[in-house]
Design a protein around this ligand. Structure first.
Ligand code: MN
Length: 307
């Protein structure tokens, strides 16, 4: 039998990284779920924001920045395996989300991603405001009715009571919705990076439903290894991981919808994510990147890391 051709990112020596189609990590653009282990999916939507909007531009900005990360054969400091040799990664493109009707956009996310989960392809979603994670969790639930374990890295617990039952959706209430809908098992849910005044107002409610809380101060004082050990005691299969960029301190990541001082350093955030290796992950997202509030482009063509 002949091996199917391996998917590889575009070769930077055959065409510059600042040209061509901007896919995530310059992966092949494809919606063929037969050839993929991982599908990178853009969720360009920000009508769930209650504060600064602009996350609808997040997927493009992340793809743009990612063009200068790869291809490198390995990361010497960590001895990571070559990404594209261990996984078949495609960029699925953006979902066509209605910008004006959040309930409809959530249905669109669930309808598009349900077949991705059903095929056993791991979606990596690029937000978009955090309300869209609810649509991803609903998609997963259509395929597998077991309540998900959730690892959320976020400044906020996403557990605000919505203003009225008729207006249930916004980017600060989606975890509450997910628990109410039975999508997530709160006893298998960990939130890392919490801080700020709105967190203090709601932390008792969050803990009362069984969600494990690891504050940003705890990460700073006890270390990333401590947070990871605690998180690994709580999570189980099937696990969904959601990373809100506002978990990182605005000194490093100012381009978010709701910035909070006293956050993770970029080094801590990287160590947290790298420390999740081996967990039974069925889906992952990076949310709330809000490019209009960014300061400078750290990945511009003149500054290629490692080159
Ligand atoms: Mn969030």
């Amino acid at each position: 039998m002949t091996e199917p051709p391996r998917l590889t990112p575009a070769d930077w020596q055959q065409g510059p990284r600042y040209g061509g189609l901007y896919t995530f990590l310059r992966a092949p653009a494809s919606r063929d779920l037969e050839v993929a282990d991982v599908a990178v999916v853009g969720l360009p939507f920000d009508s769930g924001s209650v504060h600064r909007s602009g996350a609808r531009y997040g997927p493009r900005a992340i793809r743009n920045a990612s063009a200068f990360l790869l291809p490198h054969p390995y990361e010497p400091s960590r001895a990571l395996p070559p990404l594209f040799q261990s996984l078949r990664i495609v960029d699925y493109g953006d979902l066509p989300l209605d910008p004006n009707y959040i309930a409809y956009a959530l249905d669109q996310v669930a309808d598009h991603l349900a077949p991705v989960f059903a095929r056993g392809v791991l979606p990596v979603c690029l937000g978009g405001d955090h309300s869209m994670t609810l649509g991803v969790l609903r998609a997963c639930h259509r395929h597998d009715q077991r309540p998900l374990s959730l690892l959320l890295i976020d400044a906020h617990p996403e557990y605000w009571e919505p203003p009225s039952p008729e207006r249930p959706y916004n980017h600060g209430s989606w975890l509450r919705n997910a628990v109410a809908e039975g999508l997530v098992d709160p006893g298998r849910c960990v939130v890392i990076g919490l801080r700020g005044s709105n967190f203090l107002a709601i932390v008792d409610k969050v803990r009362a439903v069984g969600i494990t809380v690891i504050t940003a101060d705890e990460v700073a004082q006890e270390g990333v290894a401590h947070a990871l050990a605690l998180a690994r005691e709580v999570v189980r299969e099937p696990l969904y991981i959601s990373l809100d960029m506002d978990s990182v301190d605005p000194a490093y990541a100012p381009a978010v919808g709701v910035p909070e001082v006293g956050g993770l350093t970029s080094r801590e955030a990287l160590a947290l994510v790298r420390g999740l290796r081996g967990l039974p992950v069925v889906g992952f997202d990076v949310m709330e990147a809000t490019p209009p509030y960014d300061q400078g482009d750290h990945r511009h063509p003149g500054r290629q890391p490692g080159v």
